[in-house]
Design a protein around this ligand. Sequence first.
Ligand SMILES: C[S@@+](CC[C@H](N)C(=O)[O-])C[C@H]1O[C@@H](n2cnc3c(N)ncnc32)[C@H](O)[C@@H]1O
Length: 254
Amino acid sequence: MQQAFSDDRSPSAAGLTLVGVGPGDPQLLTVAAVRAIEAAAVVAYPVAREGADGMAATIAAPWIGASQRRLPLLFPMVSEAEPRRAAWHAAAEALAAEVAAGEVVVLLCEGDASLFASCSYVLLALAERHPSCPVRVIPGITSVAAAAAAGSWPLALQGEGLLIRPTPESPAALERLLDWAVASSTTLALLKLGQRWSWVRPLLEARGLLDQALFAQRVGWPEQLLAPAAQVPASEQPYFSLLLVRQGWPPVLP
Ligand SMILES: C[S@@+](CC[C@H](N)C(=O)[O-])C[C@H]1O[C@@H](n2cnc3c(N)ncnc32)[C@H](O)[C@@H]1O
């Protein structure tokens, strides 16, 4: 991938900054993220449909000024490849045009900007179609880190591994993943849990893992729910839900 990175560009130089805004709490933007937003003339953000507010823009709202131009970019939540590709290309063209016109632009990304993030596709599309467009990325706090912190739940210790991935699509695939996680002492952070929780919970219960799992929903939002997995009934849950599953504890502990 060829890309012109310019981390040292001055705050007023035209360019695009992808800004991770964290998972919900506006206090969990980094200082660098807030400074980049404040310095921008154009604040772009993903929306799932025309007229929607956009999760990243809602999180960053306290840091966006009334005089800054807002640029919603449509990223439809569909599984078909073509509408998604078209949306990434359209977003890349719109952002490149703003930068070519001399604007300082930020693109807000929920959580971290590099973890299962729509803006990563924009980054790739820009590298392909506008390789001279100056782009930099400011990392954000992930939903996984925020959930672990809110639940006082150590993610990984000593020789343990940590795997962050979408929840598997089927019970058989989750069984295989859990077998591997036990064998390799790996904590699992399972995203995109919502619709799958109705079958994930009974499977964890059968394996005696409910007591070692933390369920986290809308972390950092007023309606945040953090609970031992055993306390969350086996029903469909909202999209912004995740699960942390620990396989055991290392031998040397306080
Ligand atoms: C497309 S991924 C985005 C991940 C995001 N870029 C990050 O760094 O955390 C969306 C998934 O992340 C998880 N997620 C994101 N924000 C969350 C939040 N505030 N509370 C709980 N889960 C969240 C959910 O599992 C959701 O299905």
